[in-house]
Ligand binder design. Structure first.
Ligand SMILES: [Fe+2]
Length: 255
């Protein structure tokens, strides 16, 4: 090999997707347990999503079924039972991956009640708890709930902040001010990788890039509900943008 191709080879390796420093090894937001929310419908769906996810090097999946009083009244028992069911199937088929489950809690009265009554909440990592809100309308108790959870020793994680229309203002400066109030409350920001692909539309893509630029990103997730989502994310993983996201210091691989 000549010197030029040697340098190019080294350069390509440096820039290659999935290089050690940029590989995402832990996915922490997805809907891969069968039949308990709007994600995987059955076991085959679950296994398909998991197999696609681990292809580019994901070693651990923390899947997060919805808990939402109006639509998905999941409990820790229901989630654990489904988790074990899928874990057994993975073992039977020799699929190598660490599968855990927590939940994505929707901020509603039922959730506020659970926090107030000190009920068991499903967490991951260092007592992290994933919370989403309505996409259109802000919730007056959002910061109070984050505060109460922190008092109880939890680390609230704000799911896909870039997706909430109520935080997006006509000007970036105003948008950032709205996000800063929440960011400064100590909640961790978990951005969806799909947002960077434009899957949810240009506005959400813009906000995701804005938050990335400002360093307002602690974690990333696939939020995968179906195979199309994982396909799009795997494509994103081959881009420079993905390297920039990983270089922003996301905490996924510490989980
Ligand atoms: Fe989700």
């Amino acid at each position: 090999m000549g010197i030029v191709s040697k340098i190019k080879d080294a350069f390509d390796r440096e820039k290659a997707p999935g290089k050690a420093a940029s590989a995402l090894e832990v996915d922490l937001h997805s809907h891969m347990l069968p039949g308990i929310d709007d994600g995987a419908k059955n076991l085959e769906d679950s296994l398909d999503l998991i197999e696609r996810t681990i292809k580019p090097g994901v070693k651990k999946i923390i899947t997060t079924p919805h808990i939402m009083f109006e639509f998905y009244r999941n409990t820790p028992e229901i989630i654990r039972e489904k988790l074990e069911f899928v874990q057994e199937a993975l073992q039977e088929r020799g699929i190598q991956v660490e599968l855990e489950a927590a939940a994505e809690y929707y901020l509603d009265d039922a959730f506020i009640g659970m926090v107030k009554n000190n009920e068991e909440l499903l967490t991951f990592g260092d007592k992290m708890i994933l919370i989403e809100t309505n996409y259109i309308q802000s919730h007056p108790e959002l910061l109070q709930v984050f505060f109460d959870l922190r008092i109880q020793g939890y680390n609230p994680v704000f799911a896909h902040p870039e997706r909430y229309a109520y935080l997006t203002k006509p000007r970036d400066k105003e948008t950032l001010a709205a996000y800063e109030r929440i960011f400064n409350s100590g909640a961790l920001f978990q951005l969806n990788l799909l947002s960077f692909t434009g899957y949810y539309g240009p506005q959400i893509k813009h906000t995701a890039n804005l938050l990335l630029k400002e360093g307002m990103i602690h974690l990333v997730g696939s939020d995968a509900h179906k195979s199309e989502h994982v396909r799009m994310i795997n494509k994103l993983k081959e881009t420079k943008l993905f390297e920039r996201i990983m270089d922003a210091g996301v905490l996924n691989n510490t989980l």
